[in-house]
Each structure stands twice: as C-alpha cells, then as structure tokens.
Design a protein around this ligand. Structure first.
Ligand SMILES: Cc1cc2nc3c(=O)[nH]c(=O)nc-3n(C[C@H](O)[C@H](O)[C@H](O)COP(=O)(O)O)c2cc1C
Length: 433
C-alpha cells in the first residue's frame, strides 16, 4: 500500500461510508496505460460527464469542453496521430507549455524519478530513445482504451480557468474510477491540435488541453503506484488550538469492527453486483483484489478481528474447528448480498474427515443457487481452501450459480468470508454417493 493509501484507508478509519468510499476511489485511481478490450456503453460516459460537471469553477464559468471519441472515429484519429508521430513529430507543437523550461527542485528530481519508475516498470532503458518513442506512440492509440476524450478550453481564458478545468478533469477520472473504470489523462494530445481540429471540428477559439483514455484496466494488480509526499511535507499547519485527538476520542471515532467490515464490503459489492460468479470472475477477483490489494488487506484484517472478538464464525457446525455464522442478512445497502464467515481448521479435524486425504478437513456439502464470492483468509501459513478451480491460498474463489461442493481446508486454519447473492445457500442437497 502506498503512503497515501495508508493515510486514507489504513487503520485510522473514519466512521462514514461516504468518506471511505470517496477516499478509496481517490487513492485507487491511477494513470492506466493498459486497457482491456471490454467496451463501455455510451450511457456510462454520459453518467461520468454528467457528474463531472459538478466541478467548481471561479464565478461558475465552467470553462470545459469535451469531445468523446469511440469506434471508427477514435480509430481514424489514432491512425492520423500515429502517422504524424512516426513521420512529422517535429512539425507539431502544443499551444501551451506544460512544464517549466528549467524545472527547479524538487520537481526536476521528481520528474526524473517518474522516468526511472515508469520506464523501469516497462523494462525500457531510459537511454533507448527508439523504444521510448514507441511507448509514447501508445498514447495516440489511447492505450487501446475503448473511449477517448479530447478536452479543450477557450483560448481567451486565463490561468484561473485552467485551474477550473483541472478540477473537471479530475472529476472525470474519479467518476470513472467509482464505476470500476480507469483513465489516463494525456497532455501528449495537445501537440497534435492541428490534426485534431479538422477531424473533430474544434474551433480555432479552442486550445486542445489534453486527452483522456477511459476503459477497464487490463491488469489492475500491475498498477505501479507512483510515490507521494507525506502530508507533513506538503502542508504547513499554521494553526493554534488545532489539537490531535486523544486515544479515547480516536477510539470513539473508530467504528466497531463488524460495522467496519460491512462498510468496507459495500463499495466492493457495488462494483460486483452485476457480475456472475464463475472461473473468469475468480481470476478477475484474484488479479484485482488479491493479497496485496487494500481491499483484501482490510477485509482479511477485519474478519480475523471478528473471529478473535467472537462476532464472526462463532457458531459451531461441528466442534470448535468448524464454525460458521452469518454476519449480515441481505440488505438493500449490500445490494442484497449476505455476509457470512466460516472458520475451518484442518490441523485437528474431528469429523468430516476426507478419508482419502488425512490432513484435509471436509465441511458440509452444500450448493449456491446464485453463486458465491468467497474471500479466503489463511490463518496458518500455507493453509488453503478448495474451490471449484482447485486449492486457493490467500485470495478468492467464485463458485458458479448452481454449483455444489464439499468445502475443504488443508494445511491449518482458514477463514472464508463469503458474499451470497440474495443470501442463498443450501445445505439440503444430497451429496453424491
Ligand atoms: C494533466 C496530466 C497530463 C498527463 N499526461 C500524460 C501523458 O501524456 N501520458 C501519460 O502516459 N501519462 C500522463 N499523465 C499521467 C501522469 O504521469 C500520472 O498521473 C502521474 O505519474 C501520477 O501517477 P498516477 O496517476 O498513476 O497516480 C498525465 C497526468 C496529468 C494530470
């Protein structure tokens, strides 16, 4: 987790769903440069722009304009810009200066650090100008995102209006991130305004400020998180009587852990509510919300806390090594998912032993009519839970709707925190002979 994520979504949580959700969106946004080919309905882009327009602006002059590109038009624009990048890049220039000619410190250093991290993450030597130029070209293909925006501003407006425009652009990025999409804001498009103008009917009164690629991240786990300065380094607190909370006050602010688990689950359930559990979703969950993700870390910490504190997996199904409890029945707030936890410990199995495999604890045969999203939290190193796709360590399983199985655990203790659409699970199915 980056320092920023630590700061906003780490342990010192503030007890309000809304602030948690917005913090998570802000800290979870990143400049995505690898998009999947999944398309985005026009309505989603309209929604994103519809909410982004609530950006503030001095005297409410709202100095933004956006051209939305998708399909054949986007392809034609990309082709023209790629051609220009390959053949005549020196003949084009942006109408504004993005960076100061002589970057002072600490900005020069930060820019160099970005170069090292960015090209390093792609395995490109910074001195390799040919490969770097090929990477720059990826900008003009919108990094294969299905939708591209070109953002313009009236050339008669001053720097204050550019400030407003930045807020609008950030709103677009956040509104997209809140819908599970990612973006890359790209000043690289400004350079090719002479090509963009006739193709998109951009009037001569407008300056092309940037582009924005929008789509689903191909591999969210591969997100390189760019460093951020600590709050102390960027803020000067010139205040008297602005005291820190005492430990007791802080304790009062922090929600009960059960409440926290529910609140932490809500944005996730919002994101997955229209997906169908199956092998592909299981892969996606493990890529997107694997062991290193903030979501996995938070949920696993909270459910472990729940088991320790005794509010989760507190009803014995068969002795202390096989316990279960429903934490929450389906509610509109959880998009009609229930939340349940199971604790299974194969280290000392009492019953439900799988006779073929002596250190496996086998649980009750059951079925999930609408599928299941199951967070696997091993308590012992190497402990695993068996899903339909095989043994799973820290991560997720997502059994399909209609699937039935024996839950099995090996290698020690595991907590399974699972979300059931409509709360449906049945232990009434007859196990195969
Ligand atoms: C206005 C603006 C223009 C940018 N232009 C580009 C660009 O042309 N190409 C690119 O790959 N990234 C571009 N970026 C992305 C930045 O490199 C990225 O935001 C920064 O390194 C921080 O990383 P993060 O957004 O993943 O946290 C731009 C960002 C902003 C805000």
């Amino acid at each position: 987790m980056s320092a920023l994520e630590d700061a906003v979504i780490g342990d010192g949580m503030i007890p309000r769903v809304q602030s948690r959700r917005i913090d998570e969106i802000i800290a979870g946004r990143f400049a995505c440069r690898e998009f999947s080919d999944r398309l985005i309905p026009r309505q989603i882009i309209e929604e994103i722009l519809g909410v982004a327009r609530f950006a503030p602006s001095g005297a409410n002059i709202r100095p933004w304009h956006v051209h939305v590109l998708a399909g054949a038009v986007k392809e034609r624009v990309s082709a023209a810009l790629l051609e220009a990048h390959a053949t005549s890049r020196d003949e084009h220039a942006s109408e504004y200066k993005y960076y100061a000619a002589d970057l002072p410190e600490p900005y020069l250093n930060r820019r160099q650090e970005f170069g090292r991290l960015f090209y390093g993450s792609l395995g490109i030597a910074q001195t390799d100008t040919v490969v770097r130029s090929r990477q720059t070209a990826r900008n003009y293909a919108f990094f294969d995102a299905p939708v591209g925006l070109i953002v313009t501003i009236d050339r008669w407006l001053e720097v204050g209006s550019w400030f407003d425009l930045g807020m609008f652009v950030q709103n677009v990025l956040l509104a997209a991130a809140g819908r599970g999409l990612q973006c890359c804001p790209q000043e690289t498009f400004a350079k090719y305004h002479r090509i963009l103008r006739p193709m998109l009917s951009i009037s001569s009164e407008q300056i092309v400020v940037c582009g924005i690629s929008i789509g689903y991240a191909r591999n969210r786990a591969a997100r390189g998180s760019m460093p951020r300065a600590e709050v102390e380094a960027l803020a000067t607190f010139n205040v008297h009587g602005f005291r820190r909370l005492t430990a007791t006050e802080q304790g009062e602010m922090i929600m009960e852990s059960r409440e926290q688990l529910i609140e932490r689950s809500i944005p996730f359930l919002w994101q997955v509510k229209d997906m169908t559990p199956n092998a592909a979703m299981e892969r996606w969950l493990n890529e997107t919300y694997g062991e290193e993700s903030a979501l996995y870390k938070d949920l696993s910490r909270l459910i472990k806390q729940g088991v320790e504190e005794g509010w989760a997996a507190n009803q014995e199904v068969d002795g202390p090594n096989y316990r279960r409890s429903r934490i929450l029945e389906p509610t509109p707030e959880t998009f009609h998912f229930s939340i349940t936890a199971v604790y299974m410990n194969s280290a000392d199995p009492r019953r439900f032993r799988d006779w073929d495999d002596s250190d496996v604890l086998r649980g009750q045969y059951h079925g999930h009519p609408y599928g299941e999203l199951n967070l696997v939290v091993p308590l012992d190193k190497g402990a695993e839970l068996k899903g339909l796709q095989g043994w799973q360590g820290p991560g997720w399983t997502a059994p399909d709707p209609g699937s039935r199985h024996y839950p099995e655990v090996r290698g020690g203790a595991v907590i399974a925190l699972f979300y059931l659409p409509a709360g449906r699970i049945s232990y009434d199915f007859k196990a195969p002979a």
